[in-house]
Design a protein around this ligand. Structure first.
Ligand code: KG4
Ligand code: ZN
Length: 340
């Protein structure tokens, strides 16, 4: 039997990265991401500026993705796009573009949930990366979300814990802001944490029942601590920056691992995956590896380029939905609060 070649073009525009990717039968051929440095000056994403930048970036980013994959648009089998959750103005750019292109080419359109995509990124065919067996636990840790999800199958997922206030990425970014670091601060804290002592300063972990998370108290605790110390020594931050970063990161990872331990105990599931921008963090990656020896877990950490927002993860969901014939209609709407 002749096997069909399925080419998916995927588009991601939920926040401040414009991304496009081309996939052939589950393997990534190209993965293009255009970030938006304009937000750095504001210390956070400005929604109106984000959607304008998406409008400028989307055509060249899609063209680059097709070019790098060496695929002509006439070869495409379907177009997948992020429907939500995310910033409405940003989502609208990708959604409208995908709808028009699929309509123009007369090929199927596939809507993708961004948070499912962070989880299903583990199903991209990549040498050296294994795919988790069902059921597994997935912890999605990003700038907008912090959830523990029980994954029964590709499209049957159950959120069993989530943050009641800030996302873990915000905990990194807001702590960084207090320390005068640029936005987003997660990667910088990670870099400095490697050079510092994680036990130099102690921050109180929040007490939240069950599998839910809270990060807003930690941010306030860090703010008060810094205010107190800089009053006594105005150079406190610069003299201790690596130790402060290491201590903050150590505290955040402790919170995440405690909840994963509880989730694994409650569900009896020992296959544990992480996804989302914060899964790029070297400390959480190491903590998961340690969990294999300590708790008998088998852990799944995405390839670095599939952690922060990207379209390759949208492409794999598009491919899996294509195989099921699960297509969207032309009247599909972007949905900023789309649930898993
Ligand atoms: O998934 P993502 O790219 O966008 C959202 O959907 O939110 O996640 C972005 C978040 C930011 O908060 C950023 O600071 C954080 O991921 N992040 C990191 C690291 N790399 C990105 N946090 C800690 N350590 C890192 N290495
Ligand atoms: Zn994301």
């Amino acid at each position: 039997m002749a096997t069909q070649n399925i080419y998916i073009l995927a588009i991601e525009s939920s926040c401040d990265d414009t991304a496009a990717s081309v996939m052939l039968n589950g393997k990534i051929l190209s993965n293009v991401v255009a970030g938006q440095s304009i937000h750095e000056a504001y210390g956070g994403v400005v929604p109106e500026l984000a959607s304008r930048a998406h409008q400028q970036n989307i055509v060249p980013v899609v063209q680059q993705a097709l070019k790098r994959a060496n695929v002509d648009k006439k070869q495409l089998s379907a177009i997948a796009f992020t429907r939500g959750p995310g910033l409405m103005g940003s989502l609208l750019v990708g959604t409208s573009f995908a709808k028009s292109m699929a309509y123009g080419l007369n090929i199927p359109l596939i809507d993708v949930n961004h948070m499912q995509a962070h989880i299903l990124a583990h199903f991209i065919d990549e040498d050296g990366f294994k795919k988790p067996p069902f059921p597994f636990l997935a912890m999605t840790i990003s700038g907008g979300h912090t959830q523990i999800v029980k994954v029964h199958s590709h499209f049957d997922m159950e959120v069993i814990g989530e943050t009641i206030d800030d996302a873990v990425g915000e905990a990194f970014d807001k702590s960084g802001k207090i320390l005068g670091l640029g936005y987003p601060a997660g990667p910088e804290i990670d870099k400095r944490a490697k050079l510092g002592n994680p036990k130099a300063f102690k921050f109180t972990k929040p007490k939240v029942e069950g599998l839910d998370f809270s990060f807003s108290g930690l941010k306030t605790g860090i703010l008060y601590f810094i205010q107190k110390e800089t009053k006594a020594n105005p150079n406190f931050i610069e003299e201790n920056l690596n130790d402060i970063c290491a201590s903050i990161q150590y505290t955040i990872i402790g919170i995440l691992v405690d909840k994963l331990k509880l989730a694994s105990k409650q569900t009896g599931i020992k296959h544990i995956a992480i996804g989302g921008g914060v899964s790029a963090n070297s400390g959480i990656r190491q903590a998961l590896k340690d969990g294999e020896a300590k708790f008998g877990w088998t852990t799944y950490v995405p390839k670095f380029e599939f952690t922060t927002d990207n379209a390759a993860m949208i492409a794999i969901v598009g491919y899996l939905k294509f195989l099921e014939g699960n297509f969207a209609q032309q009247n599909v709407m972007a949905s900023s609060r789309l649930k898993i």
